[in-house]
Write a protein that binds this ligand. Structure first.
Ligand SMILES: [Zn+2]
Length: 232
């Protein structure tokens, strides 16, 4: 099993979350020649207010939307774990899925969603962030964590940094001034998620938010994260 290592692995709860959180930075990375992959944890099959939409049809549509968005951003590969929407739990099985992928693709940077947002927070987001952090440290790192993965040839891997989007405690900003338009275009690929109201207001709202995130910097638009450097 020879897989070319990637610089960045983005672990996202639903199709479209990564576009909101990190797409502008992803474009910057891929333009620099970095290999970026997406891991999409759920199939998003509950994400609709259309009473005539069926879950399996929605899941199919959202996979296509995610692939189109990833293509615009220059993402090398999209891995769909296809858990049902609103079903993620912090289980040994889910954690091992993420550990397996980290050991296969050996990312330097893992990007996911901050699990520690207070009060109203989508359960899938909380679980994805938490399980991804646990997978990075210590489970992907330690030899004795998964003897069966070792037997498969999946060696332990040390991730160097984690970036978490949607954080209430940001300590790292990324300049997306030049890539913001592609972020918007990638978001528009998620047609099933963007009703008329959002389409009209989305650009304004996102631009305002990106401006706020860049406050005090010498550039106009930013994405903001909680960054954890892992030195152990
Ligand atoms: Zn989501």
């Amino acid at each position: 099993m020879m897989i070319k290592p990637v610089q960045v692995m983005v672990v996202t709860p639903h199709p479209d979350d990564a576009e909101f959180g990190v797409a502008g930075t992803v474009v910057r990375w891929t333009r620099e020649g970095k290999d970026v992959i997406y891991v999409v944890c759920t199939n998003g099959d509950k994400g609709t207010s259309d009473p005539n939409m069926k879950s399996d049809e929605l899941a199919r549509i959202r996979e296509q939307e995610q692939l189109a968005a990833a293509k615009l951003l220059g993402v090398r590969e999209v891995i769909f774990l296809r858990h049902p929407d609103q079903s993620l739990e912090d289980t040994p099985e889910f954690r091992k899925e993420i550990v397996r992928l980290i050991r296969m693709y050996k990312p330097e940077t893992v990007v996911s969603v901050d699990p520690y947002r207070r009060y109203l927070w989508h359960r899938d987001h909380r679980i994805t962030g938490q399980v991804t952090l646990d997978a990075v440290f210590p489970y992907a790192r330690d030899f004795l964590s998964y003897p069966d993965l070792l037997e498969e040839g999946l060696q332990p891997h040390k991730v160097k940094e984690v970036l978490l989007w949607a954080s209430e405690d940001t300590n790292y900003r990324s300049d997306v001034t030049d890539t913001f338009d592609i972020k918007l275009a990638a978001l528009r690929c998620h047609k099933s998620q963007i009703g008329f109201d959002i389409e009209v207001n989305m650009e304004k709202w996102l631009r305002e938010r990106a401006k706020q995130m860049a406050e005090g910097e010498n550039y106009e638009l930013a994405e903001a994260f909680h960054r954890i450097e892992i030195w152990r």
